[in-house]
Design a protein around this ligand. Structure first.
Ligand SMILES: NC(=O)c1ccc[n+]([C@@H]2O[C@H](COP(=O)([O-])OP(=O)(O)OC[C@H]3O[C@@H](n4cnc5c(N)ncnc54)[C@H](OP(=O)(O)O)[C@@H]3O)[C@@H](O)[C@H]2O)c1
Length: 323
């Protein structure tokens, strides 16, 4: 008889979902269940309920979400709040109704207030106003955290459920979204600097003044953090979290300016032109560095150095996107 747990990875074609799949496939300790976005739209409640009722997974990694950079968040705020709220509500509730004991929700560091002190600790959540450019997305992510906590509080003891939340910092890696406008900063810069190089342009304009500081985590490291938190011993997890403050940060532990990032990417791509900064474009929160000391104390550390991770991501871009 097959005793391996059935694990549903929602968003398995996405950057983090595919990295979670790679690790779980290598470990060979679980049976994986997946559905493409086309096969199962997680905003459709009855389809999600039918899927869970049929498949009866034991565990869920919720890595499906409407995701994008500042431009996408500013342009499509309704899509960001509506789709993310529905995905979380449908998946968490259907998981509960169908006996899923363990679920991990992927949130984001944008849940923290715009002007919170740095590095951002877990307990800064809901302490002041959010950054306006991604407020709808952040509100949806906070609602997801509160849903997990509320289900745990109401049904944890009676139904033995343990739903957890990870807050990763800015992520990048193979399978990222390289859309010219809707992407995050690293894939956006990789595309623009690569295109400038191949068309012999003398300069590339970077959005914003280049001064904001950001932390970046390689997707495979984020995936390993997800699996680590999902599998943390229950006593240890509960000893280090609270029923209404249960999310755990995951970052690499250091940040760099966007200017330094653009220069690093230029070096990796071997672009000899100039990088200029367009101060008329929005630049978001001045600094965003997570305090990941809780997860570090629990035994997890990021492994991939930024230059190494960007070089691997660039290889993926050239091979799979730009080919
Ligand atoms: N990327 C980052 O910098 C970052 C940072 C912190 C946290 N996170 C969080 O990490 C998680 C994964 O992000 P990611 O970067 O891997 O995003 P991604 O590459 O865009 O992957 C998201 C996946 O979700 C799927 N999806 C979206 N809407 C769906 C729906 N209605 N029904 C079914 N599937 C749907 C997408 O499918 P389609 O592509 O077919 O739509 C895609 O496969 C998200 O929760 C995100 O908020 C990301």
């Amino acid at each position: 008889m097959n005793q391996k747990p059935k694990v549903y990875v929602a968003g398995h074609h996405g950057m983090v979902g595919s990295a979670i799949m790679r690790i779980l496939q290598q470990q060979k300790q679980v049976n994986l269940i997946t559905r493409t976005h086309k096969a199962l739209d997680l905003t459709e409640q009855s389809d999600v309920r039918n899927f869970f009722a049929t498949e009866q997974p034991d565990q869920v990694y919720l890595a499906a979400a409407k995701v994008g950079g500042i431009h996408a968040n500013n342009t499509y705020p309704a899509d960001f709040i509506y789709q993310n709220l529905l995905i979380e509500a449908n998946v968490i509730d259907a998981a509960f109704r169908n006996g899923v004991k363990k679920l991990l929700l992927l949130g984001s560091s944008c849940i923290y207030p715009k002007l919170a002190s740095q590095p951002l600790k877990e307990d800064y959540l809901l302490s002041s106003a959010l950054e306006s450019t991604n407020e709808p997305y952040a509100i949806a992510k906070i609602a997801g955290i509160k849903m997990c906590e509320s289900y745990n509080r109401q049904f944890g003891k009676s139904h033995g459920i343990d739903y957890r939340c990870i807050m990763p910092t800015n992520l990048y890696g193979p399978g990222d979204n390289y859309h010219p406008e809707n992407s995050h900063v690293i894939p956006g810069l990789i595309r623009r600097i690569h295109e400038a190089k191949v068309s012999n342009k003398s300069s590339v304009a970077v959005w914003g003044p280049g001064a904001p500081r950001r932390e970046f985590l390689y997707a495979d490291d984020a995936a390993s953090a997800c699996i680590y938190i999902m599998n943390l011993d229950s006593d240890i997890y509960h000893k280090h979290t609270h029923p209404m403050l249960s999310h755990i940060n995951a970052g690499c532990g250091y940040d760099i300016t966007i200017k330094e990032l653009a220069e690093t990417i230029s070096k990796i791509i071997d672009f000899k032109g100039e990088i200029t900064f367009d101060s008329s474009k929005p630049d978001g929160t001045p600094r965003k560095l997570l305090d990941s000391s809780l997860l570090n104390t629990l035994g997890w550390q990021a492994k991939t150095d930024l230059e190494e991770g960007i070089a691997k991501t660039y290889q993926d871009f050239v091979k799979n996107i730009y080919a």
